[in-house]
Every structure is written in structure tokens, then in C-alpha cells.
Design a protein around this ligand. Structure first.
Ligand code: SF4
Length: 380
């Protein structure tokens, strides 16, 4: 799996704590050059985990252009990065290639260019269909722009379209979010990701909440919005395959599912993370330092302890509909560890928050609403 972090945005949304910059024009050419160089230097990172061809390039399960806003790159810049991907890796017909885009950047010409390059999935940052809330969040697009972007993608031949919605927004009523769900599910999209807003202190939103100029959403209202999300997606025939992710049958996100299954991935770009199965590498979130690097880009590496790996495996598995397979846990980490996790699960099982199916533990519907508490209880 390959992740490419494109750290450019036209403006900053008030809630966002992802690494990105608005100083794009000056840095884009050097950034693209450096990303290509980083790819060439680090293309063997996945060597033990991904199958190799006779040419010794790695076959990728998925490629994900995230950010930031990848659609701020020009067509030529995306093409340059793709050229490097083809030199370093093998893309197969089933490789999922996702491109995150802002609705404003989607035009018929752009869609044709994305298709030509082999992009077969687009993830649109819609967030809400309420124009007043979009303005509050300082998103650049309008609700109508989001609807049009979906239509343009589908008409242009990219039928695998995912959209993001946020709930738990300040000033967002239950009716507002119910309308967002209705709108989203009436569009020809294959996938919906929907997360509760997290108010991060180092963002404009965090500062507004701290100063008392914006009231955060009420917790009970946020839970009621999640309930609305579950009901409306079920009614529309979407599979609920991960706590915050829903898809039409057959359209699970291969890339994100890989993260939840603990599959190693290579992350390129400032602020990107990589995982090789035992350690995690963090590229520093600093575009200038990234572009000025002479050899490998600035990064830190952390070797994960056994406990960290077990906890991560447990949390990510429990987020999915498949749940946590204790047999797999036993095979990876040993019988004592699997027994310890099973012991820690007793309270949630007795409280109806987890259910056991043979050797598999899954969140119940009630457990979905307090998933963080259930997962902390399982920490070893
Ligand atoms: S467009 Fe995305 S990455 Fe950029 S500031 Fe907004 S939420 Fe963050």
C-alpha cells in the first residue's frame, strides 16, 4: 500500500489539524521533485511484505493520494508522480487508486485527466450540505458545488466515489445532519465516511471553543446524529463495515481496510507515516525541510513494543464489522496475549457492549456508541 501526502490547501478549514500549507505556488515544483526522489530512495520499504514480480518491482494493493488537497496539484505534477509510481511499483487491474479532491477542483477535463492516469476512485471532502455550516467551517465549496462534483465524476467515468460527512458540528441540529445523510445517500456515491468532529486545541475552532465564542456540540445530540447515520445508511442498503465507514455492497475501501488489517504501508511526503509491521516511521511535518533534504527526508522512527502492537491490532480489528479474531491474535502474538485480551473483554461482554461468536469478538450496536471506552477496557 502506498500513501502520498500532498500538503497543499487553498485555505485552512477551522477544524483541521492535518499537516498542510497554503504557500503552495512557491513550493509545489520542488515538492514534486522531492516526492519522486523519496519514492525512488524508499521503494524497497515494503519489500518483505508485498509480493515482487520478476522485475523486482512491488505489486501494490492500493495507492492513496491524501492531504492536504491533492487536487491542488496540476495535471502535469500528478503525471510526474505517476511516472515515478510506474517506475518503482506495479499497478495491477485490481489496484485501488484513490485521489482526494475538493469539490471545486472537479471539472470534466480534470476527471478525464485523472482517468487517463489510472485513478479509479475519488474521495470528495463534502463534510456537509449546509451552506451556512460550510461557511462556518471555512470550506471553499458550496452544497451545490458538491452535488455537481459527484455528477461530473460519474458522468466522466469515475463511478467509485466516496464522500465525507462530519457530524457533531457546532450549530448543526439533528435535522441538519439527517438532511446531510439524505442528500449524500441520494447521490450516485459508492462509499460514505462519516466522523464526529474532534475539536483540536491547536486549531482556530479549538481556540474559538476555548474563548467561548463558539459552543461545541452537545454530546447527546452527537450520539443521536450517529444513530441517524446508522439508520439512514442501513435503509439505503449500505454495508456498515467499520465504525465510521459505509459502502454499497462490494465497494469497501481497500486502502483503509488495509490499515485496519495491519497491512504494512509506505507513506511519502511531509507528515506522512509508514509502517513495516514492527516499526513506524514519521516524516516530519515541515515542507521546507522536506524540499531541502539532500538524501532521505527528515523523519523519526519508533519501534513498536509488543504491547503497542497488540493494542493497535485489537483496536483496529474491533472497529470493523469482522471484529477481533482471537485465533489470529493467538497466531501473531501467542496464547498468553490472546487469553489476556479475552479476560479484559469480560466486563464489556457482560455489559452487552461486546458479543462473542466463537473466537471472534464484535462490538454490539450498543457498543458502537461507546466504542472508545470498550477499546480502552481491552488494553493490555
Ligand atoms: S481542505 Fe482538508 S486538509 Fe485542507 S485544511 Fe481543509 S480539512 Fe484540512
Amino acid at each position: 500500500m502506498l500513501y502520498l501526502h500532498i500538503p497543499f490547501c487553498s485555505s485552512r478549514c477551522i477544524y483541521c489539524d492535518f499537516y498542510s500549507t497554503t504557500a503552495q505556488e512557491a513550493w509545489r515544483p520542488r515538492f514534486v521533485e522531492t516526492m519522486v526522489r523519496e519514492m525512488e530512495i524508499r521503494k524497497d520499504y515494503l519489500r518483505p511484505a508485498e509480493p515482487q514480480t520478476a522485475e523486482s518491482r512491488h505489486a501494490l494493493r492500493s495507492v492513496y493520494f491524501g492531504g492536504g488537497t491533492p487536487s491542488r496539484l496540476t495535471e502535469a505534477e500528478v503525471e510526474t508522480i505517476f511516472g515515478a509510481i510506474h517506475r518503482c511499483f506495479v499497478l495491477q487491474p485490481q489496484t485501488e487508486v484513490t485521489f482526494e479532491a475538493n469539490p471545486d477542483d472537479i471539472t470534466p477535463q480534470r476527471v478525464a485527466a485523472l482517468r487517463r492516469l489510472g485513478i479509479n476512485r475519488v474521495s470528495l471532502g463534502v463534510q456537509t450540505f449546509s451552506d451556512p455550516l460550510l461557511r462556518l467551517l471555512r470550506r471553499r465549496h458550496t452544497a451545490e458545488g458538491a452535488r455537481q462534483a459527484v455528477e461530473t465524476l460519474v458522468e466522466g467515468g469515475i463511478g467509485n466515489v466516496s464522500i465525507d460527512l462530519i457530524y457533531g458540528l457546532p450549530r448543526q441540529t439533528l435535522a441538519d445532519f439527517a438532511a446531510d445523510c439524505r442528500e449524500a445517500l441520494s447521490l450516485p456515491v459508492t462509499h460514505l465516511s462519516s466522523y464526529a468532529l474532534s475539536v483540536e486545541p491547536a486549531t482556530p475552532l479549538g481556540r474559538m471553543v476555548e474563548a467561548g465564542t463558539l459552543r461545541p456540540a452537545d454530546e447527546d445530540l452527537t450520539l443521536a446524529q450517529y444513530e441517524t447515520l446508522l439508520e439512514s445508511t442501513a435503509k439505503a442498503g449500505f454495508d456498515h463495515y467499520e465504525i465510521s465507514n459505509f459502502c454499497r455492497p462490494g465497494y469497501m475501501a481497500r486502502h483503509n481496510s488495509g490499515y485496519w488489517q495491519g497491512i504494512p504501508y509506505l507513506g511519502l511526503g511531509p507528515g506522512a507515516h509508514s509502517y513495516d509491521g514492527t516499526s513506524r516511521r514519521f516524516n516530519l511535518p515541515d515542507l521546507r525541510a522536506y524540499c531541502q533534504a539532500q538524501a532521505d527526508v527528515p523523519h523519526e522512527t519508533e519501534t513498536l513494543s509488543l504491547t503497542a502492537r497488540v493494542n493497535e491490532f485489537t483496536f483496529t480489528a474491533l472497529r470493523t464489522r469482522q471484529g477481533l479474531d482471537l485465533q489470529q491474535l493467538r497466531e501473531r502474538f501467542g496464547k498468553d496475549i490472546a487469553d489476556a485480551v479475552r479476560r479484559e473483554a469480560r466486563r464489556s461482554l457482560a455489559g452487552g457492549l461486546l458479543e462473542a461468536h466463537g473466537d471472534t469478538l464484535r462490538l454490539t450496536r450498543q457498543g458502537l456508541f461507546v466504542s472508545n471506552d470498550v477499546m480502552s477496557d481491552l488494553m493490555i
